[in-house]
Design a protein. Structure first.
Length: 367
């Protein structure tokens, strides 16, 4: 087992990474204050891992809350089911909520923890690659709104993140690729050396090589922990973690939540951010193409949906958390491994980026 620390003063917490950690009672016990535990999971994950976690927590009064699976259920109605179950079982302020699942479960269980009786403890047990390397770390919790993704929520840190890498054995290959989009992101925004490592190891990652996966998860979590420790509430540098997300969230919202997986939309959005960075002269075309090839090798889409028009993007991007005082800000690359958040770009460069023919661009690369 490898352990990292997210340094946030009295809200600091560990990230444990290893195999079969769901069975490690000690990792949970040291964080649980009372006798009540509520495990929030979904109908896909529950048959695979819920009973094992309940066994590890024998002796506690455990409430299991099994939600429908999918991004389309990340809403008020589903969140209410968590509150219903907590109240019906009379959970008090010493209760521990455990999020067992992917990013949707982690975001909703975390938001429930932030809100229930004005705040109770929670632990993240992420079971997808995307949630292990991104959404479980950093305290962003929330739900979607029909007009925009993740627009309702809270910054609320977990007491621990327990990453059981063996859960990836049951992850569909499409979901694994979606997670690789976030892994690749870390190399692009703050660790150029990691890009080289990923180019050498992406095939091992897709084949679920445990050594390669643990290294990729560790490096990704370490990068995120550094950024979150420096800027917990995204008032500055933390926004670089959103590379590809402004374009990507527009895709998710326009296509309907869950039609494109979050990581797939982020991958296509990252290609658009790479293209815009290239048009601004900040990265070379060869560097843009290098990143696109890596995304392709991870079996990710590298072009936005053909049916989306520039006006569709602009409409959805206007409802984005990085819009300040009416000004759109984007995460772009000044260089490989160096991201910036900026609203200082010519409008015609953005429009050219939205009008680019991504299908033709990637075909020319031999995709």
């Amino acid at each position: 087992m490898r352990t990292l620390q997210v340094d946030l003063g009295e809200r600091s917490y560990p990230i444990h990474i290893g195999e079969r950690l769901i069975d490690r009672r000690d990792l949970f016990e040291e964080k649980i204050r009372g006798r009540q535990v509520a495990i929030v999971t979904n109908e896909t994950v529950a048959p695979l891992y819920l009973e094992r976690l309940r066994q590890a927590l024998s002796g506690y009064a455990v409430t299991s809350i099994i939600l429908p699976d999918g991004e389309k259920h990340k809403n008020w109605q589903t969140l209410q089911l968590i509150f219903d179950a907590l109240l019906e079982a009379r959970h008090d302020r010493n209760t521990m909520i455990i999020a067992l699942g992917g990013g949707v479960i982690g975001d909703m269980a975390g938001y429930a923890a932030a809100s229930y009786q004005r705040g109770v403890d929670f632990i993240q047990v992420p079971t997808t690659l995307l949630s292990q390397v991104d959404s479980s770390v950093g305290g962003k919790t929330g739900i979607n709104h029909p007009l925009g993704k993740n627009m309702i929520g809270a910054f609320y840190q977990p007491r621990a993140v327990i990453i059981d890498t063996s859960t990836l054995a049951t992850l569909p290959s499409r979901e694994l690729s979606a997670g690789l989009a976030e892994v690749i992101k870390y190399g692009l925004i703050c660790d150029e050396e990691f890009i080289g490592w990923l180019e050498l190891n992406v095939d091992r990652l897709r084949a679920l090589d445990p050594v390669a996966l643990t290294e990729a998860i560790h490096r990704s979590c370490a990068a995120k922990a550094r950024v979150v420790s420096a800027d917990e509430r995204e008032s500055g540098v933390r926004a670089i973690l959103n590379l590809g997300h402004t374009f990507g969230h527009a895709i998710e919202t326009h296509m309907g939540y869950g039609v494109w997986l979050h990581g797939e939309a982020v991958a296509a959005g990252t290609v658009m951010a790479l293209e815009m960075s290239s048009r601004l002269g900040w990265i070379q075309q060869a560097e843009r193409d290098r990143a696109i090839r890596l995304l392709q090798r991870a079996a990710l889409p590298v072009a936005p949906p053909a049916e989306m028009r520039p006006g569709d993007f602009l409409q959805h991007m206007a409802v984005d958390k990085k819009v300040l005082d009416g000004k759109l800000r984007l995460v772009l690359l000044r260089g490989m491994g160096e991201a910036v958040v900026t609203g200082d770009f010519p409008r015609d460069v953005l429009e050219a980026t939205l009008n680019a023919n991504y299908g033709a661009m990637t075909e020319q690369m031999g995709a």
